[in-house]
Design a protein. Structure first.
Length: 317
């Protein structure tokens, strides 16, 4: 992480990697919302409430109203799909930048187009399955509680409905968390390394990393969770010190880039334990004096950072 972010420090690379991280995180953080605290007052002599005029307009223009609602829903769905697609492509961009220690946008965007689109389709299907589960759970729970709604009291039907909804919701949360962990820690790196589509990569990632290593996988998830708690506290402190400016879109991705790099490198180093086929970070030519990345330089060429030659380091040892 230190070599990628600070040795040497390249502001242009930092900004570019921050942009890739911003694309990868699109749609994953909830946006802020606010409520208007001012109260509306009736101004007519009929004593209409604040929304009576709106309800009258809707009744008189129902076709236009439902057309606006339908257009809004379609626009929201289209925007959601666009954000998910950009995020799917961005995840491979930031992963490629961290692995290759470079800040590029066009090259990884084009090179991993196939994998990004496959991840996008996988995310859409998975999202639809989750929505279907929520609808079915809500429908069954409400159907069980219908007698209580009719009698306007809480009986065994209502209690059973609450227990069913709570249990199903808990299962859903655990399942969604596990899927998110599997996707980020195993699926995306597998797709990147083996240039596979999502479904094929799911099978490969499970057989290589998880089957027979359930305990290690759970420990990895626990460690990542604990790290996120600790670093989350640090992020809150930085947000307070910067008056929440560091929490703005894109700016947050740039400011907290070292955290993104840390988690990515932590997971990739874990995966490298599973054999030579999973070496993400190749052996690099690092200056023994200042740890400058000397890739592309001829053997024995003086380090551009400190001016010393690697041959001097070999003689000194």
């Amino acid at each position: 992480m230190i070599r990628i972010c600070f040795k040497p420090f390249d502001f242009r690379k930092w900004i570019t990697l921050g942009f890739c991280a911003f694309l990868a995180e699109c749609g994953e953080a909830g946006g802020s919302s606010f409520q208007d605290g001012m109260r509306m007052q009736a101004t007519n002599k009929m004593g209409f409430g604040p929304f009576d005029g709106l309800s009258i307009w809707i009744s008189q223009n129902s076709g236009l109203f439902y057309g606006i609602i339908s257009a809004g829903v379609l626009a929201a769905i289209a925007l959601s799909l666009l954000v998910t697609w950009i995020s799917s492509r961005g995840k491979f961009m930031i992963l490629d930048g961290i692995i290759k220690n470079q800040g590029k946008v066009k090259e990884p965007w084009r090179e991993y187009k196939r994998e990004g689109n496959s991840l996008f389709l996988f995310s859409i299907v998975l999202g639809l399955c989750m929505i279907a589960f929520i609808i079915i759970n809500a429908g069954i729970s409400l159907a069980i509680a219908i007698p209580d709604f009719q009698q306007e009291r809480l009986t065994s039907f209502g209690i059973a409905s609450i227990i069913l909804a709570s249990g199903a919701s808990l299962i859903f949360i655990i399942f969604a968390t596990g899927i998110s962990f599997f996707t980020k820690a195993f699926l995306i790196p597998t797709m990147y390394m083996k240039r596979m589509k999502a479904l094929e990569a799911c099978s490969t990632a499970y057989s290589v990393f998880i089957a027979g290593n359930i305990l290690n996988t759970l420990l990895l998830g626990v460690f990542l969770f604990l790290f996120k708690i600790g670093l989350g506290t640090l992020m809150i402190g930085i947000l307070c010190m910067t008056c929440c400016i560091s929490g703005l879109p894109y700016i947050s991705a740039v400011v907290f880039l070292p955290i993104t790099v840390f988690f990515t490198c932590y997971v990739l180093c874990y995966l490298q334990q599973f054999g030579n086929d999973w070496i993400f970070f190749k052996q690099l030519s690092i200056c023994p004096f200042c740890h400058y990345d000397q890739r592309g330089l001829a053997k024995g060429h003086p380090c551009p950072e400190c001016g010393k030659s690697t041959l001097e380091g070999q003689k000194s040892t």
